[in-house]
Design a protein. Structure first.
Length: 406
C-alpha cells in the first residue's frame, strides 16, 4: 500500500487546485483594493520615490492618487522586506496583487516539497494531502495577500539544510527574518543548540540584506524601525494599526489577557505585564526543553514545529492567515504519528486540533452565534487551544528523540 499516501496527496492536490482556481482566485480578482497586500505595494511605491514607507499617511496619499482606495493599513515589516517586492514596481496594484497570489502558491509548493525532502515518509504525504484539501487558512492567506507563505518556505528550507549546508541554511533563515521578525526565535534556538555556523550566516544575511535595502530605505529610517516601530509590537501598537486586539479571530496568548482587562487597541497594565511575562516564560521553557539535538529529521521538525507554535501565539495579533505558519508543526506531528513517536491518544488530540485549525472562520463565527456564554467563547478560542495541543505534541515527540540522543 505504498501508493496510498501518494494517491491521497494527489486527491488533496486536485481538490486544492479546484478551490484555488475557483472561489479563491475569484475573490482575488474581485478585490481591486488588494486587501492587506496594498500595504506592501504602497510602501514600495513610497520608498521608490524617496518617501517614508512607514508613514501611513504617505501610503494612503499614494493610494488615493491611484484611485484604488481611501486608506491603507500601516507597513510594519523589516526594511529588507521591500527588496522582495521590487518586481512589483512597474505593475498596478491589481496586477501586483494577482501576481502575489501566484507567488504565494509557488511558495506553498516549495514549503511542502522542502518538508518532504527533509522529513520524508508517508506521514508527510498524508499530512500534506489533508492540508491541501481542507486547511482554510491557506486560502485566507491567499485572498488577504499576506506574506506568510514565502516566509514559511524560507524557514523550511533553512531548517532542512541546517546540517548539510549550514551557510546556505543561514542565508535562508536570514531572509525569513528580514521578511518577518518572528523566525528570529529559530536563530535563537540554533544558538542554544550551539549551531554557530547557520546562526552566524543568518545574521550576516540579515546585515547584507539591510545594506542592499539602503537605496529604498535610508539608514535613519531603518534605525527608526528597530528603535521605535519594532518595540511597539509588544503592546499591539503595530505602527499605528487600528485593528482592535479584541476583534474575534485573534488567536494569540496576549489576546486572552486583553480580554480579561478589556484592552482594545493596545495592551495596558496589568494585561501588558502579564502578557510579557507569560510570553517570556513560554519562550524560555520551550527553548530549554528543546536545547539538545535530535538524531532524526522528524524529531528535529517537531522541535522546530513547537517553536513555530510559540512564534504564532506570542504576538499580540494572530489571525487566520498567520495560521499558515502552523503547516510546519502540523506536518511534523503527522510524521511523528506515522513513525510511532506519538501514540493513539496524541494522534486523536492532534486530529481534533487540526480540524479546529482547518475550520473556516466564517463557520466558526456562525457556530459561536448559536451558542451562549462559555460555550460560545470556547468555540471562538478553539484555534488558540488547538495550537497549544499541537505545540505540546511537538515537544513530546521531540523530547523522545532528544532523550534517545543523550
Amino acid at each position: 500500500m505504498r501508493w496510498l499516501p501518494w494517491l491521497l496527496l494527489l486527491l488533496g492536490l486536485g481538490w486544492h487546485v479546484q478551490e484555488l482556481l475557483g472561489p479563491t482566485w475569484d475573490s482575488v480578482v474581485a478585490a481591486t483594493h488588494a486587501r492587506d497586500f496594498a500595504s506592501y505595494f504602497y510602501a514600495l511605491q513610497a520608498a521608490d520615490i524617496g518617501r517614508d514607507p512607514y508613514d501611513m499617511g504617505v501610503l494612503s496619499e499614494l493610494a488615493r492618487a491611484d484611485g484604488t482606495r481611501r486608506s491603507v493599513h500601516p507597513f510594519f515589516y523589516p526594511p529588507p522586506f521591500l527588496l522582495t517586492m521590487v518586481w512589483a514596481l512597474p505593475l498596478t496594484l491589481a496586477q501586483a496583487y494577482q501576481a502575489w497570489f501566484v507567488l504565494d502558491s509557488v511558495a506553498l509548493a516549495l514549503a511542502l516539497v522542502g518538508l518532504y525532502r527533509w522529513v520524508g515518509g508517508p506521514g508527510v504525504l498524508v499530512g500534506s494531502a489533508a492540508l491541501l484539501a481542507v486547511y482554510s487558512p491557506i486560502h485566507d492567506n491567499h485572498w488577504m495577500g499576506q506574506a506568510n507563505l514565502p516566509v514559511l518556505a524560507a524557514v523550511v528550507w533553512a531548517l532542512a539544510l541546517a546540517d548539510r549546508r549550514p551557510r546556505l541554511a543561514g542565508c535562508w533563515m536570514g531572509l525569513a527574518c528580514m521578511m518577518k521578525m518572528s523566525p528570529g526565535l529559530l536563530v535563537a534556538w540554533w544558538l542554544v543548540q550551539r549551531r554557530w555556523l547557520p546562526a552566524l550566516w543568518a545574521c550576516l544575511a540579515a546585515l547584507v540584506l539591510s545594506v542592499l535595502a539602503l537605496p529604498l530605505v535610508d539608514a535613519e529610517t531603518q534605525a527608526r524601525f528597530y528603535l521605535e516601530i519594532l518595540p511597539g509590537f509588544g503592546t499591539g501598537d503595530y505602527n499605528g494599526l487600528t485593528v482592535p486586539i479584541l476583534l474575534p479571530g485573534n488567536h494569540s496568548l496576549p489576546n486572552l489577557f486583553a480580554q480579561a482587562y478589556d484592552n482594545r487597541r493596545i495592551l495596558t497594565e496589568p494585561a501588558l505585564s502579564m502578557a510579557r511575562w507569560a510570553n517570556l516564560g513560554l519562550v524560555a521553557v520551550t527553548l530549554a526543553a528543546l536545547a539538545g539535538r535530535a538524531r532524526t529529521a522528524v524529531a528535529t521538525a517537531c522541535a522546530a514545529g513547537a517553536l513555530s507554535v510559540v512564534m504564532l501565539v506570542v504576538p499580540v495579533y494572530t489571525y487566520e492567515h498567520h495560521l499558515t505558519m502552523a503547516i510546519l508543526p502540523l506536518i511534523a506531528v503527522s510524521a511523528a504519528v506515522a513513525q510511532g513517536l506519538l501514540g493513539r491518544g496524541w494522534a486523536a488530540a492532534c486530529a481534533v486540533s487540526f480540524a479546529a485549525l482547518a475550520w473556516p472562520w466564517g463557520a466558526v463565527k456562525q457556530a459561536a452565534k448559536e451558542l451562549d456564554g462559555p460555550l460560545a467563547w470556547a468555540v471562538i478560542e478553539a484555534k488558540f487551544f488547538a495550537l497549544v495541543v499541537i505545540g505540546l505534541a511537538c515537544v513530546v515527540a521531540a523530547r523522545k528523540e532528544l532523550s534517545r540522543a543523550r
